[in-house]
Every structure is written in structure tokens, then in C-alpha cells.
Design a binder for this molecule. Structure first.
Ligand SMILES: NC(=O)c1ccc[n+]([C@@H]2O[C@H](COP(=O)([O-])OP(=O)(O)OC[C@H]3O[C@@H](n4cnc5c(N)ncnc54)[C@H](OP(=O)(O)O)[C@@H]3O)[C@@H](O)[C@H]2O)c1
Length: 263
């Protein structure tokens, strides 16, 4: 089993890699992609090797078509055909739409949406040979508008549709494509928010499960989607958010158990 993971050195990416490494998948090889060689990539490779996995590191910028091709080709050279592509690389880009520059809009779409198209296209011949799968990390922001987050919600919404379309176009070739929508997950991307104890507590209070998500929560969802247990799951979006995105109606005043509305 050979899996290529982009954004592997980030919080969720590393969590996914570690969950996959712990699942005792037969002859697992993980190729982990980062934007740069260095301590973080080396530390991840060492951690995965310590878990008994054959791990390879590849470097590139997923927003660049030539790098996407290069990442896949290098992965194939190192570990043979891909059984799964997991696209994690992404980032939100705060900004109000009224002020957002075209360059910021393009950057957010290039990183969160176009990169998955580029990686999927580069991996397509290999995934076709293995009847492999693609799993992309979207966001609850792709399902609900996220005011103040610039083009992030539109970009993740487009990513979910891109993957549904890939599922239709490549399903007949044996390639399954799905997305995972994390809710609030504590990672380097969001760490500054959770440093504030009050903000952390207020965020936790919004989640029916009473806690902020962990990278391994997303890792287990990805493991399921790339496993044989999901062999009939194609074009789906798995929300892993502790129930937070659905809790909007519980905020309406006047429901049973809450203080009555004043006349
Ligand atoms: N954390 C959350 O609450 C949350 C919630 C919903 C969705 N998500 C999504 O989950 C994914 C991972 O988020 P995270 O919280 O783990 O963030 P993170 O810790 O900041 O990791 C982001 C990863 O993306 C990679 N990356 C960024 N730009 C890249 C580029 N141009 N080319 C290649 N790789 C690039 C980074 O690689 P390097 O480190 O090598 O530069 C990093 O590994 C993102 O798609 C994010 O939108 C996160």
C-alpha cells in the first residue's frame, strides 16, 4: 500500500500520517510532501520510520503545476504506483470580501482548490492502475459561509464539488474520490486562537462533543475512506466536527429549557 500525503508536516497532515502508520496496513509506504526540506520533514520521516513504516519525503509547492507533477513522479520513483492520494495542503486567508485583492482570491483558490485538481490529474494514471482513491481535506467552511475569511469558504466549497465531479468521471475507472470536512481542529494553523483560554472555552462550548478536534480525529476518517471498508463510498463528504456545524438551531432563544423570550 503506497499513499502520498500533501501538507504532511502540518497539524492535520501529520495526524493523518501517524494514524495511517498505526493501522498496520500491509507493507505500508508513506510518501510525505512538504514545501521544504528541513527539520519538520526529517522529524516526521523519523517518527513514521520509528512506527515501522517505509517513509519517503518529497518537496514541492502544490500550487505550481510542474511541482504537482514532480511530487507525484518522485513518489512513484520511490514507492511505486499510488494506492491513495491524500490532499491536505491548504490554508485559510482572512480578509473581508470588500477589501480582498484579486491576488489574494487567486492564492486561496490555487492552494485549496486548484492544487487538488493538479495533484489528482498528476496521480490519475497511477491511481487508475491500482484502482486507488483520492481523499481531500475540505472544511466546514466549505459547507457554511465564513464571514471574514475571504475566499476560503468559496474555495473549499469548490473543492467539495471538484471531488464529487472526479468521483463521477473517474469512478468508472475504479478511482474513488471523497472529502473530509473538519470542524475546529487545534493545529499550528489555529494554535494562536487556542492560546487564549477564554476563546478556547467559548469555542469548546459550541461543540456538542465538548472539545476541540484533534488531528487524529481527521486521521481516522481518512483511514476509513481509503480502506476497503469504504470500497462503495464515492463522491461523499464526511463531516468530522463534533457536531458543531449543525448546532445553529440550538442558539435560537426561547426553545424548551432556555429562558423564555421577553414579551
Ligand atoms: N485546523 C483546522 O481547524 C482546520 C479546519 C478545517 C479544515 N482545515 C484544513 O485542513 C488542512 C490542514 O490544515 P492544518 O490545520 O493542519 O494547517 P497547517 O498545520 O498550517 O498545515 C498546512 C499544510 O499545508 C502545507 N502547504 C501550505 N501551502 C502549501 C503549498 N503551496 N504547497 C504545498 N504544501 C503547502 C504546509 O506545508 P509545509 O509545512 O511544508 O509548508 C502545511 O503542511 C488545510 O487544507 C486546512 O484548510 C483545517
Amino acid at each position: 500500500m503506497h499513499i502520498l500525503v500533501t501538507g504532511a508536516t502540518g497539524g492535520i497532515g501529520r495526524g493523518i500520517c501517524e494514524v495511517l502508520a498505526l493501522q498496520a496496513m500491509p507493507e505500508l509506504q508513506l510518501t510525505v510532501a512538504s514545501t521544504q526540506n528541513g527539520e519538520r520533514l526529517e522529524a516526521l520521516l523519523q517518527a513514521l520510520r520509528d512506527l515501522g513504516v517505509q517513509a519517503h519525503g518529497v518537496v514541492g509547492d502544490v500550487t505550481r503545476p510542474e511541482d504537482a507533477q514532480g511530487l507525484v513522479h518522485e513518489a512513484l520513483d520511490r514507492g511505486g504506483d499510488l494506492d491513495a492520494l491524500v490532499c491536505v495542503a491548504g490554508a485559510s486567508g482572512p480578509g473581508k470580501l470588500a477589501d480582498l485583492s484579486v491576488a489574494q482570491w487567486d492564492q486561496t483558490f490555487n492552494l485549496n482548490t486548484r492544487s487538488v485538481f493538479l495533484m489528482a490529474q498528476a496521480a490519475y494514471p497511477s491511481l487508475k492502475r491500482t484502482s486507488g482513491s483520492i481523499t481531500a481535506i475540505a472544511s466546514m467552511s466549505g459547507l457554511h459561509p465564513h464571514p471574514g475569511y475571504g475566499a476560503y469558504s468559496p474555495a473549499k466549497a469548490a473543492l467539495i464539488m471538484l471531488c464529487r465531479q472526479l468521483a463521477q468521471e473517474w469512478g468508472p475507472e475504479g478511482i474513488r474520490t471523497n472529502t473530509v470536512c473538519p470542524g475546529m481542529v487545534r493545529t499550528p494553523l489555529t494554535e494562536s486562537v487556542y492560546q487564549d483560554v477564554d476563546t478556547k472555552a467559548r469555542r469548546e462550548a459550541l461543540v456538542p462533543m465538548g472539545r476541540i478536534g484533534r488531528p487524529d480525529d481527521i486521521g481516522h476518517a481518512v483511514h476509513y475512506l481509503i480502506s476497503a471498508h469504504a470500497s462503495y463510498v464515492n463522491g461523499q463528504n464526511l463531516v468530522v466536527d463534533g457536531g458543531v456545524a449543525d448546532h445553529m438551531l440550538s442558539m435560537i432563544p426561547g426553545r424548551p429549557g432556555k429562558a423564555p423570550l421577553k414579551a
